[in-house]
Design a binder for this molecule. Structure first.
Ligand SMILES: [Zn+2]
Length: 271
């Protein structure tokens, strides 16, 4: 298998993967969505809430606030040695919030959460949690734990994880009458006109919609859009909880572990 990084920044990664197949790509996609763990607030103890928002709503909003995750420093609660419902230092992080409005109405943002471990803190300081009117108070203790997207979407480390086939486009220069119809219709601006010839500007932008083939006035269309059977482009967009490359690395580790378990089961059954 050949993997090439096409683009990468703090939250996004775009990979060109060759010599793979659909079942593998789909397994990695599903594991990234549902099985790669991340940190999220899981339990909230309300000490004081005189705002107009109910405790449950506040807890729900806190749960959906993405938290930076340290996968190496913490255990999944089910796999932790403590085996305690409450958790220990290795499977739980405490965050506190103490907010009050002394004059006028003010919003309370995620940045006001104080974590016992600075590495486990909100990805963004600007997630609005609620508004407090004059004299209202909110004081709480929140417990964050590792979890997976298959239990609750708040533990999903990606906002997007998708793949598409690697496009293959041919524009035969001889037969093309340079009508520019394909250039104009393409929603992804894959084509361009250069010296009165249709040229491919950005092959990887093609999403195989086939509008260009339908727009071609020649019968049959001269433009040929196909895809490579064993090559894919994969996009991973992290919510910020983990770097995108770490998410895909973890997904491959989990798949490997599951396959080993499967192999073991088969051996046991065969005995
Ligand atoms: Zn523990």
């Amino acid at each position: 298998m050949k993997i090439e990084v096409l683009e990468k920044d703090e939250t996004n990664i775009r990979l060109a993967i060759k010599d793979a197949d659909v079942p593998l790509m789909n397994a990695l996609r599903r594991i990234a969505l549902a099985e790669v763990p991340s940190m999220a607030i899981d339990e909230v103890v309300m000490i004081e809430n005189s705002s107009i928002l109910q405790d449950e709503m506040i807890a729900h909003r806190l749960g959906l606030t993405p938290l930076k995750t340290d996968l190496d420093g913490y255990n999944l609660p089910g796999e932790c040695e403590c085996q305690s419902e409450f958790g220990c230092n290795l499977c739980r992080v405490t965050l506190t919030l103490d907010a009050e409005s002394n004059e006028g109405t003010r919003p309370v943002y995620s940045g006001e959460l104080v974590s016992e471990n600075p590495n486990i803190s909100p990805v963004s300081d600007k997630v609005p949690i609620l508004k407090l009117a004059k004299g209202q108070k909110l004081k709480l203790e929140a417990y964050a734990r590792l979890g997976t997207g298959k239990n609750h979407a708040k533990w999903q480390p990606v906002s997007l994880c998708a793949y598409k086939y690697y496009p293959k486009i041919e524009v035969p220069i001889k037969e093309c009458k340079e009508c520019t119809k394909c250039v104009d219709i393409c929603p992804k601006k894959v084509y361009t006109m250069k010296e009165n010839k249709v040229e491919i500007r950005d092959l990887l932008a093609c999403n195989l919609c086939m509008d260009c083939v339908e727009a071609c006035p020649e019968k049959p269309p001269v433009i040929k859009v196909e895809w490579e059977k064993n090559a894919f482009i994969m996009n991973i967009e992290s919510t910020g909880v983990l770097p995108p490359e770490r998410i895909i690395q973890e997904a491959t580790k989990i798949l490997d572990k599951q396959l080993k378990e499967f192999e073991q089961q088969v051996k046991v059954e065969a005995k």
